[in-house]
Design a protein around this ligand. Structure first.
Ligand SMILES: Nc1nc2c(ncn2[C@@H]2O[C@H](COP(=O)(O)OP(=O)(O)OP(=O)(O)O)[C@@H](O)[C@H]2O)c(=O)[nH]1
Ligand SMILES: [Mg+2]
Length: 385
């Protein structure tokens, strides 16, 4: 009997810890997955839109779930095929602010009843996912059709091609597949006289950090303040003796900016792991007994000394952003200087935020005025003009 009670308590504690990590593992963000309604006023809002397109089972929904919902890659095996466009708002910081539209693979979006012009008009990036473990000829034909139609409606779209599921390929095979897809996709565009369309290629998998890195690059292109952020990071690291610094969105582990030294995958992976450790530990041991409190706040910081004379240093920048730096041990001795420079860096970031917020507010105000000026269906104005 006693054994049963222990077993029950053990299972209950296990379940509670698991629930804490999954449910509270990240700061609260305004995210919701909604099925698209074209009459929804938000569908035409100014937030840049990222479309996830590609053939069925190519991995679109898995990417979205792993990057933005902390779903474990193995769980994606049980995802059902998407049958309606699913829209999600990602609004966790003033910089990372967009919508992701996950398309069903089998959709015929060139169906005359389907308003693809409206969709492409407000799109910032179109991610086309190609399953590299499958025969990709059909995917390439579909890619060509999608890109050419989208370009005609909106030449400013960034076309991002994810050569996905590369975890199943050997290193040589990966490079060969990328070369082949790159060549064929660009040849098709050249044949159609559209060589001016630029396609960016990424090798991705949900089973490692490559998907986060690729998404980071896609999102960065949509942040108009990127050069300013890069500049601030450059000034910060050069005056503090820091090797490398990333500005991370803590929830998604997308890095929204880094200094201009090259990024290597291992460094990026270490930073992601560090964020996971900080958030997980603080979720398990940092919240109050009744589960209230936040796992990430102004006090959040962490220092990890590595065995290669490097120090990893994490500090909170805003509610949703963290700075993660790589510092040599000897430079870290001047931690006071680093902290002072960090203080200046954080202040500068806040100023950039404020300018952005002012722009967003005035845009909202303008679009509100325009909406009110538009006549109602019977021709009468909505507001006295
Ligand atoms: N090996 C591997 N499998 C993956 C990867 N990403 C997704 N998958 C698997 O691919 C299958 C299809 O994934 P989905 O995300 O449902 O594909 P989808 O593109 O949304 O499919 P539709 O909704 O039907 O258009 C699932 O079994 C995933 O586990 C990856 O990076 N590597
Ligand atoms: Mg899907």
């Amino acid at each position: 009997m006693c054994d049963f009670i222990y077993l029950f308590i053990y299972l209950l504690v296990g379940w509670l810890v698991g629930w804490l990590i999954l449910e509270k593992g990240s700061p609260q963000v305004e995210r919701s997955c909604r099925v698209l309604d074209f009459n929804d006023p938000f569908s035409t809002e100014v937030k840049p839109r990222i479309l996830l397109m590609g053939l069925r089972r190519s991995g679109k929904s898995s990417i979205q779930k792993v990057v933005f919902h902390k779903m474990s890659p193995n769980e994606t095996l049980f995802l059902e095929s998407t049958n309606k466009i699913c829209r999600e708002d990602v609004s966790n910081s003033s910089f990372v602010n967009f919508q992701i539209w996950d398309f069903p693979g089998q959709i015929d979006f060139f169906d005359p009843t389907f308003d693809y012009e409206m969709i492409f008009r407000g799109t910032g990036a179109l991610i086309f996912v190609i399953d590299s473990q499958d025969d990709y000829m059909e995917a390439l034909a579909r890619l060509h059709l999608t890109v050419t139609r989208a370009y005609k409606v909106n030449p400013d779209i960034n076309f991002e091609i994810f050569i996905h599921k590369v975890d199943g390929l050997s290193d040589d095979h990966k490079i060969e597949t990328q070369r082949d897809i790159h060549q064929r996709a660009n040849d098709d565009l050249a044949d159609a006289g559209l060589e001016k369309i630029h396609l960016s290629f990424y090798l991705t998998s949900i089973y490692d950090h490559s998907i986060f890195e690729a998404f980071s690059k896609v999102v960065q292109k949509l942040i108009p303040q990127l050069p300013t952020l890069e500049n601030l990071l450059n000034i910060f690291i050069s005056n503090s003796g820091i090797e490398k610094a990333f500005l991370f969105d803590v929830v998604s582990k997308i890095y929204i900016a880094t200094d201009s030294t090259p990024v290597d995958m291992q460094t990026y992976e270490l930073c992601c792991d560090m964020i996971d450790v900080v958030i997980d530990i603080s979720c398990i041991y940092g919240l109050k007994d009744d589960g209230t409190g936040t796992p990430y706040d102004k006090e959040s910081m962490a220092i990890i000394k590595l065995n290669n004379t490097t120090v990893l240093y994490l500090k909170e920048v805003t509610k949703f952003l963290a700075l993660v730096c790589f510092v040599r041990e000897e430079s870290f001795e001047r931690k006071g200087l680093i902290d002072y420079n960090f203080h200046c860096f954080r202040k500068a970031i806040q100023e950039v935020f404020e300018v952005r917020m002012k722009v967003v507010r005035s845009r909202k105000h303008q679009s509100h005025l325009q909406k009110n000026k538009r006549p109602t269906p019977n021709g009468t104005p909505r507001m006295p003009l």
